[in-house]
Design a protein around this ligand. Structure first.
Ligand SMILES: [Zn+2]
Ligand SMILES: [Zn+2]
Length: 357
């Protein structure tokens, strides 16, 4: 089978690899139909993820068809279309039983990291019982690649960790796929009184406005100007909820400057360096700071919300590529401002068997 391999020198290449086989009775083999690229894959290419070693098949997101099942996997049947969760969950370890599969002792984020991932024609999914979800026919299969990671991450690490209440004032820092998904979810599910989005480039901020943001601010106008302008829409009180979806010292500075007394910072950026925490300003402000790696425990709820139309992730899919064109998909994803990229979908070739397609 064809697979995208991390070469270790900031590049990917497509190689032929043997089709994976069931190693444990709790495994499933899934034929990948559609996959996508994540910001985390770019962190791997930059060498920021030491657990991912050269030779690894990348990818932790995708939609596929059950190809074969281990003897212990009884909740799926061969041929079913499934969403592959980016988090592998055993369901029984110390952390899984505390509703934290992100920290699962034999799972967590392992696909395309510690074991081979989804940017291939087939993938082996350990602990398949809890790590796959049947995709309702009414949900577009390409759009559903966003349900592996982007949408549940936005919900769990942003919306739920931010503790948004109806009427809250909400600031979102970041206009990538996650920031924009959080904006849509905040508006559609929680009726905030104010939504403000802090970003960089104007096309993305215009997208945020078209999605209903009440205010947008660009750090290109100067970080202090962006902060002062954002605070002015809260009568200088600061925001009840600040969701930081970038992961840099600058974005964390802005988050701390924007949070109001009694407010919550939900920080979900992937940080590659340390940041300053301004307790000299925040110690007496009753704030809450939360971090989280997606646990993917909300995926069943997310599937229902998408199915009923209460949220709609279609807007995330900006480009579609065939698997043979995956180098261009990586290029488009690495340079979003040049290509206008949000999420790319990568569609696998039809498999031809015995002359029949
Ligand atoms: Zn991802
Ligand atoms: Zn576990």
């Amino acid at each position: 089978m064809k697979a995208v391999i991390y070469t270790g020198d900031r590049r990917i290449s497509i190689h032929d690899r043997p089709k994976p086989v069931i190693l444990h009775p709790t495994d499933a083999i899934v034929r990948v139909l559609h996959t996508t690229i994540c910001g985390t894959d770019l962190h791997i290419l930059q060498g920021h993820v030491p657990t991912c070693t050269p030779g690894r098949i990348l990818g932790h997101e995708g939609v596929g068809m059950i190809d074969s099942l281990g003897a212990d996997v009884t909740n799926f049947t061969v041929g079913q279309i499934v969403v592959i969760s980016c988090i592998t969950s055993c369901g029984t370890c110390y952390y899984c039983r505390r509703k934290m599969p992100s920290q699962c002792e034999t799972g967590g984020w392992i696909l395309g990291n510690k074991i081979d991932g989804t940017q291939a024609e087939y993938v082996r999914i350990p602990h398949a019982t809890l790590s796959l979800h049947v995709l309702p026919e009414s949900i577009d299969q390409k759009v559903a690649v966003t349900l592996s990671d982007t949408v549940p991450t936005s919900y769990e690490c942003g919306i739920l960790n931010g503790d948004i209440q109806p009427g809250s004032t909400v600031a979102i820092i970041g206009t990538g796929p996650i920031g924009l998904t959080i904006l849509q979810m905040a508006r559609k599910l929680f009726s905030p009184s104010v939504t403000a989005v802090v970003g960089r480039t104007h096309p993305r901020l215009e997208t945020a406005m078209s999605m209903g943001a009440d205010h947008t601010f660009s750090v290109l106008d100067g970080q202090d100007t962006a902060i002062a302008s954002a605070l002015s829409v809260t009568q200088e009180r600061g925001f009840d909820v600040v969701i930081e979806a970038v992961g840099t010292p600058e974005s964390f500075e802005i988050a701390q400057a924007l949070v109001g007394a009694g407010g919550t910072i939900a920080s979900l950026g992937v940080f590659g360096e340390s940041c300053e925490l301004h307790l000299e300003k925040l110690w007496n402000r009753n704030i809450c700071l939360r971090t989280r790696l997606i646990d993917a425990v909300s995926t069943p709820d997310i599937l229902k919300m998408v199915n009923t139309g209460s949220i709609d992730p279609h807007f995330l899919i900006s480009h579609n590529f065939s698997f043979d064109d995956i180098h261009n998909a990586y290029e488009a994803f690495e340079e979003p401002s040049k290509h206008g990229t949000l999420k790319v979908t990568i569609t696998m070739p039809e498999i031809v068997m015995n002359g029949f397609s």
